[in-house]
Design a protein around this ligand. Structure first.
Ligand code: F6R
Length: 370
């Protein structure tokens, strides 16, 4: 059932192009408009939404954080992302015009389910982004946008993450279409970029695994890792850090790269592995320059730099000890490719250390208790 792969995690990472493809499929009509008939929230109610709160846990919450950058940019309404277990106990401000988006692969995470119930009791609409047909969360939600990643068996979530981002982007573009906050042409261009992502993920899977395996071999003895990114690269850094601690049991921390000088740089010592998610360099991207200066700062303190960067990035080539390359894509699409080498790195490091990558210690696939 592993279809020739030696772990479910390996198999599921390789299913990511299909997971994104299938999540997109059927949601775009012949004219290229987004069609969410299945969601069954009245267009009128959708148009009235003035705030989104994403509730989720772990990896699903990082998908929500990525979506926040995109949806706020497209729809011009505030998007908050909150860990489901924190949300529920802090008396959040919810109105009938708040859309609560509950993201969950399993659809059975108790913390997320309780947050959903709390939101509905307060009169807010809840839309579930879920990978499991008929699970508790989609059953109790007002509307469902299924991710079609297929069953995820490995405890560490991989293909569900890219599918969750894809589904949340479709929701964001749908709202932009309804509210008229983005020109039609731009929506179509963005959808084209999204449709091109399965191919780009495939390209990473076709070219980067040997580089990642070599890096894992080189880094297997490291005691700790830092992961840094900005903008959408920030949640990707958090996700990379989570994967590595979950299955390779390596102590990791993920930070927003801009925080470095506000504390984390004190951790950087000779040889400390620091992973940077580098945004595209094209168009004199200010974010790129900022991340490069972060790399310079830690490099000057002797860090060992691992970078996920766009093909042809000369600045990164100058400083990084190891580079995982991704094909060119718009910044908002980059999480879909950038996370792939980080998932592979965690998997390869766990294998190096002789751990069962599909069943990490102390963890369950779905956390059905609070
Ligand atoms: C990480 C991981 C967990 C889950 C979290 C939420 O690899 O698997 O962090 O993402 O427990 O689970 P779902 O998405 O099923 O609600």
């Amino acid at each position: 059932e592993k279809g020739g792969w030696d772990s479910f995690m390996d198999k599921e990472i390789h299913e990511e192009p299909a997971a994104v493809q299938r999540t997109l499929f059927g949601r775009l009509d012949d004219e290229g408009n987004i069609n969410l008939d299945e969601v069954r929230i009245d267009e009128h109610d959708f148009r009235a939404i003035d705030k989104i709160i994403v509730v989720a846990c772990g990896t699903a919450s990082y998908a929500g954080m990525v979506a926040k950058y995109a949806i706020e940019h497209w729809v011009r309404i505030p998007v908050e992302v909150e860990l489901a277990h924190e949300f529920r106990y802090r008396d959040p401000i919810l109105t009938p015009r708040t859309l609560v988006v509950a993201i969950s692969q399993s659809g059975e995470t108790m913390d997320t389910l309780m947050a959903l119930r709390h939101a509905r009791e307060q009169g807010s609409k809840v839309l579930a982004i879920c990978n499991t047909q008929g699970a508790s969360i989609p059953r109790e939600a007002d509307a469902v946008l299924y991710t079609h990643a297929g069953p995820e068996v490995a405890v560490a979530s991989t293909k569900a993450f890219v599918a969750q981002i894809t589904a949340a982007y479709i929701l964001g573009l749908y709202l932009a279409q309804l509210k008229g906050t983005v020109f039609r042409d731009e929506i179509h261009q963005t959808l084209d970029s999204l449709k091109a992502m399965p191919q780009k993920i495939q390209q990473v899977l076709d070219t980067q695994p040997p580089r990642v395996a070599k890096a894992a071999e080189q880094l297997a003895d490291a005691n700790s890792f830092l992961f840094l990114g900005r903008h959408v690269g920030y949640p990707v850094a958090l996700e990379g850090a989570l994967k590595l601690k979950e299955i390779a049991y390596t102590f990791t921390e993920g930070f927003a790269a801009g925080e470095l000088k506000h504390g984390p740089i004190a951790l950087v010592d000779e040889g400390e592995p620091v992973v940077f998610i580098v945004p595209p360099a094209r168009g004199r991207n200010i974010l790129h320059a900022k991340v490069i200066s972060g790399i310079e700062e830690v490099k000057a303190r002797g860090a060992f730099i691992i970078a996920v960067a766009e093909e042809g990035d000369k600045d990164v080539e100058r400083y990084a000890d190891i580079i995982f390359w991704r094909p060119q894509c718009p910044t908002l699409m980059s999480p879909l490719v950038d996370v792939v080498p980080l998932q592979l790195l965690a998997m390869d490091m766990a294998k190096q250390k002789g751990y069962d990558v599909d069943k990490p210690r102390n963890l369950a696939k779905s956390v059905t208790v609070e």
